[in-house]
Design a protein. Sequence first.
Lengths: 325, 264
Amino acid sequence: MKENPKRMRRGQYLLAYVLAALVMMVASYSVPRWLPGDFVTAMYSSSHVTLNAEQEADLRAYYTQRQGFGRYVVDFFTLNWGYSYAFLTPISGLISEALPWTLLLLGSAHLLSMILGFLAGVEAAWRRGGVIEKAGVGSMTILEGVPEIGTGVILLLLFALHLGWLPAAGAETAYVTHSAGRWILDVVRHLALPLATLILAYFPGNFLLTRGSMVMVLKEQFIETARAKGLPSLRIRYAHAARNALLPMVTRFGLRIAFMVTGALVVETIYAYPGLGTLLFNAISMRDLPLIQGIVLLSSLMVLFVNLALEFVYGWIDPRVKHAS
Amino acid sequence: MTGAGLALLLAFMVAAGPWLALHNPHDMSFQPLSPPSSEHWLGVNDGGMDIFSELLHGVRNTVVFGLMTGITALVIGVVIGLVCAWFGGVPDHFLMRLADILLAIPAVMILILVAAFFRPSPLTLGLILAALSWPTTAKAIRAQALVVKKGVHVQAARQMGASGAYIIARHLMPELFPLYLIGFAAKARMAMFMEASLSFLGLFDPSRKSLGMMISYALKYYYLDIWWNWLIPPILCLTLLIMTVTFLAVSLEKAFDPRLKEAW
């Protein structure tokens, strides 16, 4: 145990994530089975979906079958996720259609807001006390309190409905075949508003945090030394100081991931962006329980995976984490 | 300062809401989609309900949900944090591993699952959210309690024969007070955000008035010229609400953490 503290620490994290994944799978397995009585009739009688007798019998069979937990896990990993009753197609197909759009939206939103927030934060700390810096910090503090629902709807009203510059819904223009170049442009135009909403939600936090930790780092003695050596200021800022300001941003990402998932769900729904969030929203409004179950389980596992990956990124950025026991 | 002013305004809206509302928000007897008038300050929605009354009830529901969940999460977090710090050993180890697991699980997914299948009351959902979100508070309390526990005054109290219960009640709990405020503000903010998002997604009882649900309904009619009296007010209220709680949370943290104060 003492000879390899690094592996010990990693092992501990890994265990927590494996257990968390197990908890999610058990929850997703058992929640439908805890339902009292004949819920198929109860649920679908009040929904928009009308089932014919055969479908109703199928669904009842699906939820009353004595499927073991092991079977459920195997089915999950072989993409055998059952059948959506609202869309009348296999769930795995629906999810694999929606997933790339979500990854595109969230991936680019996080990447851009992290890079921009980091750079802006470093520069702001460097110019601490200036008028622009003060205005920036003030406006970002306000913006950090605005939820995604607010920015999303306002951007939608302004740019899509009032000015008509950008499309209000979807991820690409339907029923049109474009050449490759036009298609990319079309996708980017559809992506612009949801992406801007998410960046407005993520950027202020990254900016304020980087600025805060950068201000502290700039007071350290090694920065004085670097200045005394006469190094160019760009080199001091980025090679010496900014590396140390990177860590809190990664930590914060992990802590806020639950928030972000919720916000992303809402943003996709506002713009009817055809990702997992909108699919989940449609599944909820049509009470398509197997589909809800599938999306919830899959996205939880993805969140766990991202969190786990972050632990490794963290150790890679900060060698101290690796060497500390 | 701004935060405190906004907080007072919102507190007034929440407290006086039922008396300010001119109509019962569930009354569906008005002319649907009629524009604002002296009778209906913000007009009437598609179901013939007075929007201003809906708004007041929605704000109230969100705030109540946030405060209740915040308090519950705080109490669980403080108790677990103190237990871990005071007893150490097996309970500490077990509870902290449990906290790690909960930290990794996205709470919103559990809430969606439970809400979609069981359609529980908002109270139940709030309690579930609290039960999933105590770990950050518990970890902060535990870390600080360990510091206080090693302090000279606690050692002295022990030397003089003070019991564990006395030390916890007299020294640990009061000295951790700033952490309670910070933890509570952060949890209440998270809970209000969750409530708005989940009701926007349609996971709450549709007969319960909420800002998220109003936004989601109004958004369906965005092409009509009524967005400014139906869609904008709930958005404005929700934004102000979340902003206020965020300001309070940030200024509390700044006030009690001298390191942060210096950075500003």
